[in-house]
Design a binder for this molecule. Structure first.
Ligand code: GDD
Ligand code: MN
Length: 373
């Protein structure tokens, strides 16, 4: 194994009682594993944690430990602390874990061995596969425990429904993972909140993700620093990703554009009939044709903003095909509508199902054929 293969990043915010134990835990875990590693604290504490870290650096002179202690004005939260750590990390691999002992350091060698053995890019310690547990979130016998676990799972599935790359792991909101540093080459991270793994999964250049189960342990001293504010930050973070990563939530973007198309369609229809007294069928046809065009334009700018049209010929191909697929979807919509009604289902529900299925088919065809993704 090459020298200092791994840098372990430990973020600390007022953790003076945990510094010694976490270092001891890491030493015990890494002992005899033949993995060369160093440790990097990124500290934002306002108590004596930095003094304690310096003391431990003296005591543990057999391992390479460094500390970034950020000045008060640079203490901008956990995510930026990790980014600082990523910049300074020496190892080819980086491991992130909490320094409050909720993430058992004994799992680090398994994360490392698996990523190397499977030639993966990211190795995630997960609470949510066989052998893992989220018991540290609280006992299922208490209201608080049930509540925290429900919130945690709710956030997880919400994230995975919208952001497809986060489905590559069963625990995208956990903070215990190990990755190849090179997946961040040329990648700009926009840190916010607590969930750095989501940020990495959504922006880094990686392919394979592996997992190792672990038990998220209860915190002994103190409360979690995750608060309601953190919850709001989490949604701001997702919002950020949604608008800055083109592939993030593409289907949701497609549906938003589709919704705008409905407004345009009905608006034009109403306008032409009420103010120009146009024949309703003619007005309908014009409204449909124009709303498909506005949908196309908005999808070009918003949903598929990362696939800018290179030539005029290519644009013409895209818009033509877009119209054909749109008409096909309308027929499809109608077919589902009548088909479902045939089985005695209420016509409103039938119409809803028609829209749902046609939108999905439309999205798949448009993504594959028009934008060739
Ligand atoms: N440098 C720095 N700056 N460290 C921080 C900051 C900060 O602003 N805020 C928190 N930390 C450190 C803490 O000292 C701790 O080591 C770690 O980050 C996580 O903070 P906790 O307060 O212990 O968070 P938690 O137990 O609620 O959190 C965690 O939720 C997940 C599971 O639900 C996450 O942080 C995840 O890592 C974890 O898996
Ligand atoms: Mn914690």
């Amino acid at each position: 194994m090459d020298k200092n293969a791994l840098t372990i990043i430990l973020p600390t915010f007022n953790e003076k009682d945990n510094v010694g134990p976490i270092l001891q835990g890491i030493k015990n875990a890494m002992n005899g594993k033949g993995i060369s590693f160093d440790i990097l604290f990124v500290d934002d504490s306002s108590d004596e944690t930095p003094e304690e870290i310096n003391k431990q650096i003296q005591i543990n002179s057999d391992i390479n430990i460094q500390m970034i202690h950020r000045p008060k004005e640079e203490r901008t939260g956990l995510a930026t602390a990790f980014i600082e750590g990523f910049k300074k990390a020496q190892g080819d691999y980086i491991c992130c874990l909490d320094s409050d002992l909720q993430h058992p350091p004994s799992v680090i060698p398994a994360l490392f061995e698996k990523i190397v053995e499977k030639k993966a890019d990211i190795s995630v310690a997960t609470r949510y596969t066989k052998g893992g547990s989220a018991e540290g979130l609280g006992s299922l016998k208490t209201f608080y425990g049930v509540y925290r676990r429900a919130v945690s799972l709710g956030f997880k599935y919400f994230t995975q429904i919208i952001f497809i790359p986060t489905r590559k792991t069963s625990d995208p909101l956990g903070g215990f993972f190990l990755f190849k540093k090179s997946i961040l080459d040329g990648v700009e991270l926009y840190p916010k909140g607590f969930k750095i793994l989501v940020e990495v999964l959504m922006r880094a250049n990686f392919d394979k993700v592996v997992e190792v189960p672990y038990t998220f342990l209860a915190r002994e001293n103190d409360e979690s620093k995750a608060t309601l504010k953190q919850g709001l930050e989490f949604f701001k973070h997702l919002w950020n990703i949604f608008f800055t990563v083109p592939e993030a939530g593409r289907f949701v973007k497609f549906c938003i554009v589709g919704g705008s198309g409905v407004v345009v369609n009905i608006g034009i229809l109403y306008f032409l009939v009420e103010f120009y007294d146009l024949n309703k069928n003619v007005a309908w046809a014009i409204a449909v044709i124009l709303s498909i065009l506005t949908n196309y334009i908005l999808n070009t700018l918003f949903t598929y903003g990362d696939k800018k049209s290179p030539t005029r010929k290519e644009s013409l191909r895209r818009v033509t095909l877009y119209y054909l697929i749109s008409f096909f979807s309308m027929i499809f919509n109608w077919a589902v509508f009548t088909g479902v009604m045939y089985f005695g289902i209420h016509y409103v529900l039938a119409a809803f199902l028609g829209i749902l299925v046609a939108t999905a088919v439309n999205f798949i065809l448009v993504t594959k054929l028009v934008w060739r993704l």
